[in-house]
Design a protein around this ligand. Structure first.
Ligand SMILES: CC(C)(COP(=O)(O)OP(=O)(O)OC[C@H]1O[C@@H](n2cnc3c(N)ncnc32)[C@H](O)[C@@H]1OP(=O)(O)O)[C@@H](O)C(=O)NCCC(=O)NCCS
Length: 189
């Protein structure tokens, strides 16, 4: 799916651009994956698991697939000429679950606390809500990710269930995963 580009204002007063990726972002997106994986334990991969995950050509294929999909959207935040954050929205397609949309997001650490995460989330929520059959938006966070939890709660997400021991870190620490959901509230005419 493609969306219109949108300028956003950061808490620093600077600006950034929310836009779909293009093939020329492939290397930047691969770098972003590795960087964000090394900045927190709350994402699925360790940095070395991002190496050789996708080739440059493979990443271009993914970008084109998502951009031309009717049910998937990738939005990146470009700040200072680099990728500051990426978020994804996906719509379920099966009859029994197509009332659910899913969101995932990660912002590069040096851009945290600038309002990028929340503005990207708001953009995805509004796109999800524009699809009439969507009644609920879902996402997950890992135990201890207080920043993400606070952001999601401030946007109306609430914890629905816990998956015990979803992550096991290199030092053996086991972490639960929490699922969250946010109902879509539509104004009645
Ligand atoms: C979670 C994350 C996306 C937030 O992005 P961000 O750009 O820093 O977010 P924002 O600046 O828009 O802040 C969003 C909200 O986070 C919360 N927040 C910000 N700083 C916080 C802090 N120090 N402690 C707790 N919550 C905090 C607040 O609710 C804030 O909303 P507010 O500004 O209206 O008060 C970012 O920290 C990140 O990418 N972390 C690593 C990857 C990750 O955890 N992804 C989510 C996986 S579930």
């Amino acid at each position: 799916m493609l969306t219109e580009e949108k300028n956003i204002v950061l808490k620093s007063g600077g600006t950034a651009l929310l836009r779909n990726p293009s093939e020329s972002d492939a290397q930047g997106l691969l770098d972003y994956l590795r960087i964000t994986a090394g900045e927190t334990d709350f994402l699925l991969r360790y940095p070395e698991e991002c190496d050789n995950l996708y080739s440059l050509e493979g990443e271009k294929v993914i970008i084109n697939r998502i951009n031309s999909s009717e049910n998937e959207l990738m939005l990146l935040c470009e700040a200072g000429g680099e990728i500051a954050g990426v978020c994804n929205l996906s719509f379920n397609t099966r009859i029994k679950t197509r009332h659910i949309a899913r969101i995932a997001i990660a912002v590069v650490k040096k851009y945290w606390r600038q309002g990028i995460g929340k503005q990207m989330m708001n953009e995805l929520i509004s796109i999800a809500e524009s699809r009439e059959e969507v009644l609920q938006i879902e996402l997950e966070f890992i135990e201890g990710n207080h920043r993400a939890r606070a952001m999601y709660e401030s946007l109306g997400f609430r914890i629905t269930c816990v998956r015990p021991n979803a992550f096991r870190l290199k030092d053996g620490t086991l972490l639960n995963e929490y699922a969250m959901a946010r109902p879509v509230i539509r104004k009645q005419n």
